[in-house]
Ligand binder design. Structure first.
Ligand SMILES: C[S@@+](CC[C@H](N)C(=O)[O-])C[C@H]1O[C@@H](n2cnc3c(N)ncnc32)[C@H](O)[C@@H]1O
Length: 238
């Protein structure tokens, strides 16, 4: 499998290329298929705020530990962290000895991940989660954390199908949980949209996510609430 080019410890998608001017200066030319409005929004937001993202990590830490334990990861297994962001889920697993690859479309987020992971073995790749450049069943375990609620449902389905294709044993998905009482939903959605910048939060709160998983071909095994009801962890079999 060709991963492409490695720049500052980040592998750039194999469809990108590097041009060299007369003085030998190298420029990366992006040929990732960034054509949807949602992808442009994601890139604009996450490349700009990559340095601030980790300020909220103290809220997510407990969820990550629980997700790692529920993944049933075993030594020697390959783990994919899809939409890895600044890499904390991948680093949590790698610091326990897992062999992890993290992918994301936002290079600013990957740079942070790379800078934070000097003491653990991880690889960072710039790649679209909806079009993975991996062979079928390349990973035993895949993680997907806090990314699907940023995507339109059609993109979620593409991403989940890809996840199913490249994973052989277990898929762990973390997403925001929704308050059970219907009267709290409008306030929750407003606050969550402001904090999270997701343009799809209004659809997400009404989405039957277990049904979305099933349509994409995933078998939902169990669902776990965590971190005072802020997150839910969905365990699926491909
Ligand atoms: C809220 S952050 C979550 C990051 C990380 N998984 C975590 O748990 O902290 C969402 C991430 O998904 C990435 N993302 C969104 N759409 C993507 C796509 N189609 N392919 C790859 N990454 C994507 C964004 O760039 C961003 O880094």
């Amino acid at each position: 499998m060709s991963l492409g080019y490695r720049i500052n410890r980040i592998w750039v998608n194999h469809e990108n290329c590097i041009t060299t001017d007369g003085k030998g200066k190298q420029t990366i030319v992006r040929t990732l298929n960034i054509n949807s409005y949602y992808q442009q929004h994601v890139l604009h937001h996450y490349n700009r705020f990559a340095n601030l993202y980790d300020l909220g990590e103290f809220i997510r830490r407990g969820t990550r530990r629980k997700a790692m334990s529920l993944s049933g990861w075993q030594p020697g297994e390959c783990v994919l962290d899809l939409c890895t962001g600044t890499g904390d889920m991948a680093i949590t697993l790698a610091s326990h000895g897992a062999n992890v690859i993290g992918i994301d479309i936002a290079r600013g987020m990957l740079r942070r991940a790379s800078a934070k992971s000097k003491n653990v073995t991880t690889s960072w790749l710039e790649m679209d989660a909806a079009e993975l450049a991996f062979a079928d069943h390349s990973f035993q375990i895949s993680m997907l954390s806090l990314a699907l609620h940023h995507m339109p449902v059609q993109t979620q389905l593409q991403v989940l199908r890809e996840l199913c294709r490249v994973t052989s044993r277990r898929i762990v998905i973390i997403e925001p949980d929704i308050p059970v009482k219907p009267e709290w939903i409008p306030l929750w959605t407003f606050v969550a949209s402001v904090i999270d910048e997701s343009e799809h939060m209004h659809e997400w709160v009404r989405q039957d996510f277990a049904a979305t998983c099933q349509i994409a071909g995933l078998k939902v095994e169990s669902i776990h609430g965590t971190t005072f009801g802020l997150h839910r962890i969905v365990i699926c079999n491909p």
